[in-house]
Design a protein around this ligand. Structure first.
Ligand code: FCB
Length: 445
């Protein structure tokens, strides 16, 4: 497939719908000597933490090449660019602003606005300053207040030039992957740790939202959550019950506190010592009205009844067909997710803040004919269209990612970019998916 095609009368093709692309600081910036150390720098030093034993020291060298990357965004014709601010680049150890670091983002934001590209900023995309981790990181309640201070300082500096601020990207990944099963930085394990980290991140989200309302009332404010819809492996009662526990533990654990100020029922299935350290008033702080909800979607998973004592469910490995990172391609799950969230919650407008695919790209004669990635985008955008037709308010869509980049524990081998990056020379080459995305964007009236 070499094009992305939506029905000609699709609401996604109206000018009001935002098409963008997304990146994050640690995955593209490099230039680590001009910022404080973060938990991912440290994690990359652990033997075997990263599949190809690489790190973020250079990544896409975006700090030095941002103008070239901006020119690519302009060429694609995107309405918006979603990127994250590196906390350790903009705040010093004493909690004060690092003006040089702030200058980078300030210049980028001005340049985006000048080109008519809306800046969508994520305040936390996983790169916690290492000195805060040494005090306990997200296991330490005070880190939420350190985040509040960072949000206060950075929003005073950048102000309402930023169209949209998201407090966090995917609290699930930071808390569960980072503190419960240890496959992401900082590599800690244990259920109590995972639930504690999640709670402090959610608390930080609520504190951050209050600061956003005060400092930048005319910018949009919200959060980005990832969802991996849970499907039963069979229709047995035991598998159905395990699947609903999995959904609560993995997905609703973040959604329900943010939207309704309560943890899902699965909390009662946990032994007391594994439950999050909720203090008086926390749930009210976490549950703040949002201007938007960012949804990141890639895949789904299947569940059945637990096979070990103390487990809540058994998670099956991905079914096929899969992308190069091993995740099942199943666009219908995105449709069902949007419909079910819309039925269950009273939702603010939604942005699909990430969606995309790692594929085995081949660069030959200056071209990457990634027709498989185009097919992925095509099928997923078409289910977003279906959901909108059926009443879900989706305001925009961001392709993950603008550039091939440092894919966390997978290193540089898994390529998600619309744009190919040669990590030896830093040469950027638009893949056919970039051309297809550009054609879609340009096809609007
Ligand atoms: C998401 C992350 C993003 C990227 C994609 C593939 O979980 O937010 O940084 O790694 O997955």
């Amino acid at each position: 497939m070499n094009s992305i095609t939506l029905p000609t009368d699709s609401p996604l093709l109206s000018r009001a719908f935002v098409f963008g692309s997304a990146t994050s600081s640690f995955q593209i910036e490099g230039d680590i000597d001009n910022r404080l150390e973060c938990i991912w720098d440290k994690f990359c030093e652990q033997p075997n933490a990263i599949a190809d034993h690489t790190n973020g020291a250079v990544a896409c060298d975006h700090i030095n090449r941002w103008q070239e990357d901006l020119a690519i965004l302009e060429d694609l014709g995107v309405d918006a660019y979603r990127f994250s601010i590196s906390w350790p680049r903009v705040i010093n150890e004493d909690g004060e602003l690092n003006t040089k670091g702030v200058q980078f983002y300030s210049t980028l934001i001005d340049a985006l606005n000048e080109k008519g590209i809306k800046p969508f900023v994520t305040l936390y995309h996983w790169d916690l300053p290492q000195h805060l981790e040494e005090k306990g990181g997200w296991l330490y309640r005070q880190t939420a207040y350190a985040f509040e201070n960072y949000v206060d300082k950075i929003t005073r500096a950048l102000g309402e030039r930023v169209f949209s601020y998201a407090t966090f990207n995917e609290p699930f990944c930071s808390a569960y992957l980072g503190y419960e099963i240890g496959v992401h930085a900082p590599g800690r394990v244990g259920r109590a740790n995972g639930r504690t980290a999640a709670h402090h991140i959610l608390l930080a989200h609520g504190l951050g939202m209050r600061v956003l309302r005060k400092n930048v009332p005319n910018s949009e404010a919200g959060i980005v959550l990832n969802f991996t819809p849970c499907y039963p492996n069979s229709n047995s009662d035991a598998d159905l019950a395990a699947t609903s526990r999995a959904d609560e533990y993995i997905n609703q654990w973040y959604m329900q506190p943010v939207m309704e100020g309560a943890y899902p029922d699965v909390i009662n299935a946990l032994p007391k010592e594994d439950r999050p350290p909720v203090e008086d008033g926390d749930m009210e702080t976490i549950c703040q009205p949002l201007d938007f909800l960012g949804i990141n979607f890639y895949t789904r998973l299947h569940y059945s009844a637990p096979r070990e004592r103390d487990a809540l469910f058994f998670e099956h490995s991905h079914r096929g067909p899969t992308t190069d990172i091993g995740w099942e391609i199943y666009p219908k799950a995105l449709y069902e997710l949007l419909m079910s969230l819309n039925n269950r919650y009273s939702l603010p407008p939604i942005f699909i803040t990430e969606n995309g695919a790692a594929m085995k790209d081949e660069l030959a004669q200056g071209e990457v004919k990634d027709y498989d990635r185009i097919a992925y985008y095509n099928s997923h955008l078409n289910v977003v269209h279906e959901a909108v037709k059926n009443g879900v308010e989706v305001s925009g869509y961001f392709a993950w990612s603008l550039l091939d980049n440092f894919e966390w524990a997978e290193g540089y081998e898994k390529r998600f970019g619309l744009v190919h990056v040669d990590f030896e020379t830093q040469k950027r080459t638009l893949k056919h998916s970039a051309l297809a995305y550009k054609a879609l964007i340009n096809s609007r009236n």
